[in-house]
Design a protein around this ligand. Structure first.
Ligand code: UN1
Length: 499
């Protein structure tokens, strides 16, 4: 295990290229040990105003820098992240709890995003289009929106930040960023990397603090033209309605109730691996985590047996230890929420096959640990099968047919990720068409989205926008239509057209 520690006791905001001390702060706790790692600032509304003013002033010039040069900064960011991958991964495990192997995977997502979006500096494609009139040229191109606000969650504190900030920056915007107070270290490290990579002052501004103060101030600030948010459904809906009133563009990703479907022809060992990885990896604290298994009744019994045997082998503990497979839950309120759902599941009549309790003894004494949990014989409309739990809890729902499986998968308010295990090619193609989620996997679990594809979901998961992928550029740009008339006379569209 590492002895890595931060060089500072308290983090600073990063505003206009300066590290700004904030007097009020709160402790950041390592969820694996209960120990304080560092203090995170609790900023005021005025600090958000300063950050926005700096961003606004800096963005004008940044927008004029040719996009390939803007991209150069992202290439440098990518290389520095790559050099520092192990340090970043260990710090990520310390602040978030996810096991080191997964932390490395998350940092890799950020590195990939840097190089991918840097490539956009030489694309950012527009379109040329025929004009209706003679001697007239028509095209459309992307323009930056100006100052954008990004609000990122604790469960993927570096990857999600890169999905949002990198496309915003390469497209010529300036960013005001509020990271989650539980996991501020990744934001602090990334701001240092931006600084070293030579990003001009004011293009990225990090304001730490509470959502009720910093997030609110960002959402209400008229100079912030876009809010990109990943987090809880309630907060996202409040942000959306406030942004709606202001006609501010908003991009939301608010979780999932993702299912793995296991058909009677599936490779059951593969399905068990897929379920295990996507349900208990990150202790189930992914928006994409599998929390429902929809299984054909013919193979239910066998699947349960194999799943229980595999769950038995999961080691739970401090994720800095390479042998650990399941890390802690983020904090006590995360544990409390999971416990509440265990009670709900029991009361609803689902059968608890494994887990269902907090681990508090020995190595687990000071951290926040919850045993991987399996319910079976759940009904599709039970609360444990409908609501996001954000913990290592899976409910098995038996079904009698492929059609019923699809219906149960789609019968939730969320629509982020889904998966089907089958070897029937017809079912594969029907499923990819009919599963009502933004992400669909075949013969793999529900997690593991790659950064160059769009990330987001249908229905209550979001509002139609996507993170990462080329589609992220749509969040951070406006389309501008440009007409150049080189006829030397006034030509009136729709009127002077020769018929
Ligand atoms: C999230 O949980 O919000 O697909 C992000 C995955 C990861 C990203 C998850 N690449 O599981």
């Amino acid at each position: 295990m590492t002895t890595l520690s931060l060089e500072v006791e308290k983090l600073n905001n990063f505003i206009n290229g300066e590290w700004v001390d904030v007097s009020e702060a709160q402790a950041v706790i390592n969820p694996a040990t209960g120990e304080e790692i560092v203090q995170v600032p609790l900023s005021t509304k005025e600090m958000v105003d300063e950050a926005v003013a700096a961003a606004k002033a800096a963005q004008k010039e940044w927008a004029l820098v040719p996009a390939p040069q803007r991209a150069e900064v992202l290439y440098r960011v990518g290389y520095i992240m790559k050099e520092r991958k192990e340090r970043l991964s260990q710090l990520l495990t310390m602040e978030n709890g996810k096991v080191i192997e997964e932390a490395r995977g998350e940092v890799q997502e950020g590195i990939d995003m840097a190089f991918y979006m840097a490539g956009e500096g030489r694309r950012l494609f527009g379109q040329t289009t025929p004009a209706e009139l003679k001697d007239k040229f028509a095209m459309s191109q992307r323009a930056p929106v100006g100052v954008v606000g990004i609000i990122t969650p604790w469960n993927f504190p570096i990857a999600i930040a890169t999905w949002k900030s990198f496309p915003a920056i390469v497209a010529g915007n300036a960013v005001v960023w509020k990271p989650a107070t539980e996991t501020p270290i990744m934001a602090y490290e990334l701001a240092k990397i931006f600084e070293e990579a030579g990003l001009p002052k004011g293009i990225i501004n990090v304001v730490f603090g509470a959502g009720s103060v910093v997030g609110e101030a960002m959402v209400h600030h008229e100079a912030i033209r876009v809010i990109s948010f990943t987090g809880s459904n309630d907060t996202g809906r409040n942000i959306a309605s406030e942004c709606g009133k202001q006609l501010k563009k908003v991009s939301l990703e608010m979780g999932g109730k993702n299912a793995v479907i296991v058909m009677d022809d599936a490779d059951l060992d593969l399905a068990v691996e897929g379920i295990l990885w996507s349900a208990f990896g990150t202790s189930g604290q992914r928006c994409t985590a599998c929390s429902r298994v929809i299984v054909h009744e013919k193979v239910k019994r066998t699947l349960e047996e194999r799943l229980l045997a595999a769950m038995d082998k999961l080691s739970i503990g401090n994720g800095l230890d390479e042998s650990i497979k399941v890390g802690p839950i983020i904090n006590q309120s995360g544990i409390a929420k999971i416990k509440q759902y265990i009670e709900i599941g029991k009361a609803e009549g689902a059968d608890l096959l494994a887990g269902g309790y907090e681990l508090t003894e020995d190595a687990h004494e000071n951290g926040y640990y919850f045993a991987p949990t399996l319910f079976t014989n759940a009904k599709a409309d039970m609360r444990i099968a409908q609501e996001e739990i954000f913990g290592p809890v899976v409910s098995i729902i038996p079904v009698a047919s492929f059609e019923e499986a699809i219906e149960v998968n789609n019968g939730v308010t969320y629509g982020l990720s889904s998966s089907i295990f089958t070897n029937d090619v017809n079912r594969v193609f029907k499923a990819q068409r009919d599963l009502d989620t933004g992400i669909v996997y075949v013969n793999a679990g529900t997690t593991g989205a790659e950064i160059h594809l769009p990330f987001g979901g249908t229905k209550g998961t979001g509002n139609g926008h996507r993170d990462s992928g080329i589609q992220a550029l749509d969040v951070f740009t406006e389309w501008k239509a440009i007409y150049v008339d080189y006829s030397g006379k006034l030509q009136r569209a729709q009127i002077d057209v020769e018929s």
